[in-house]
Design a protein around this ligand. Structure first.
Ligand SMILES: Cc1ncc(COP(=O)(O)O)c(C=O)c1O
Length: 392
């Protein structure tokens, strides 16, 4: 029996391998940073979401170490049992004050952004309700709608007018607009102000997944602050494993939203709290984000430098002002070949293929960091030009 079960899996895996969609994990023998050891070889890496260079920051590491000494290695239980320790509570207060999507907002910690999105969507909508989602949203927002058993209504990327039509046509009792604030594979930005107008006109929630905007945009406060918005119907999800350099995520919203999640969202209730030592590290990283003007200025300079040099390349550089700079190659095999050619030159940039991105739009997802030097970006551009010459 089990031979048949395993045999079926092996056949499916072989088909995947043959289709060119095989995924591999590269192993790093180094911390995150521009200079990494990937599969045993030293590279300059443009792959992680450590946009501010905090993942390997000595002060953040020290705070984690001291946090472990003071609070132990593990949280031991879910927040509602006994896993909620003082560093968690303090970090929630600091995040609420910093992100402040509405007056008197509260914040709630999660151990991942994936769980946070599941919790938000299932807390706010259910069977018969509708989630309106940008077609390029991150998978976990869609998974939240599936888990909530709400109707998932997708609209074309960034197309607020198409969204308006779908909202007007909907009879769902509760409506929720869900969008990446910065799109994870494209680097472009949702029209949050227009989406909020629509949310107001149709009495809908607006969930802004700011996984890639928190720490970077709006003086670090994120994309809602960058757009100058505040509303009781806005729910912000920010991740803490990307620009913040550590791990986990938070939801910031009106206290009634937060309390609804605490009281009943299964993705909050039934999971162990992240270790308090991470909250200690995050307190230091949050301070670095708050005072992070120099880091953000360095990052902006690297983005401008890369875009100026990459415009002339044969591949399609998508319009992005964020650290996510996608170079669309098209075919899966071509994207993988380009990524390998760069790796052979000591430059690590991952190839992203469907289903993570739409068919025919396989790409290099170049991510820039404040920790990159100008010389690193020069090296990347030179390697791309050389690979272009060979491919021509
Ligand atoms: C837009 C977006 N939302 C949510 C997530 C999930 O966050 P986490 O990695 O903390 O689970 C990610 C990336 O992982 C993301 O890119």
């Amino acid at each position: 029996m089990s031979t048949t079960l395993i045999g079926a899996l092996e056949r499916e895996l072989a088909e995947r391998r043959e289709s060119g969609r095989w995924r591999v994990r590269r192993t790093l023998a180094s911390p995150q940073g521009p200079r990494a050891i990937v599969d045993g070889a030293p590279v300059v890496a443009f792959a992680s979401n450590d946009y501010l260079g905090l993942a390997n920051d000595p002060a953040v590491i020290d705070a984690a170490r001291e946090g472990a000494s003071r609070w132990g290695a593990g949280a031991g239980a879910a927040h509602l049992v006994c896993g909620h320790q003082e560093p968690h509570a303090e970090l929630e207060r600091a995040l609420a004050e910093f992100v402040a999507p509405c007056a008197g907002a509260r914040a709630l910690l999660f151990s991942s952004g994936y769980l946070a999105n599941l919790a938000i969507v299932t807390a706010l909508v259910g069977r018969g309700d509708a989630v309106f989602a940008d077609r390029l949203n991150h998978a976990c927002l869609n998974d939240g709608a599936l888990l909530a058993r709400a109707d998932l209504v997708r609209y074309p990327h960034l197309d607020a007018e198409a969204l308006a039509q779908r909202l007007a046509a909907s009879r769902a009792p509760r409506k929720l607009i869900a969008t990446d604030a910065v799109f994870s594979m494209d680097g472009d930005i949702a029209p949050l102000a227009r989406l909020l107008e629509l949310a107001e006109a149709h009495d809908a929630w607006l969930v802004a997944d700011d996984a890639h905007g928190f720490g970077v945009r709006g003086e670090g406060r994120g994309s809602v602050a960058a757009a100058g918005l505040a509303s009781e119907r806005i729910v912000v999800m920010g991740t803490l494993g990307k620009a913040a350099g550590v791990a986990g995520a938070f939801v910031a919203a009106h206290p009634a939203v937060i309390e609804t999640i605490v009281q009943g969202a299964r993705a909050y209730v039934y999971t162990t709290a992240a270790p308090a030592m991470l909250a200690c590290a995050l307190a230091v990283s949050l301070a670095a984000i708050r005072d992070g003007h120099e880091r953000r200025a360095r990052l902006a300079a690297r983005i401008a430098q890369f875009r100026a040099g990459a415009q002339a390349l044969r591949w399609d550089l998508l319009p992005s002002s964020t650290p996510i700079q996608p170079l669309v190659v098209g075919g899966d095999a071509e994207a993988v070949a380009l990524s390998r050619a760069l790796l052979a030159r000591g430059v690590f940039v991952p190839a992203i293929r469907p289903p993570t991105v739409p068919e025919g739009s396989a790409r290099l997802r170049i991510s820039l960091s404040a920790a990159h030097e100008a010389a690193d970006v020069d090296l990347l551009l030179a390697a791309l030009r050389e690979a272009e010459g060979r491919a021509a």
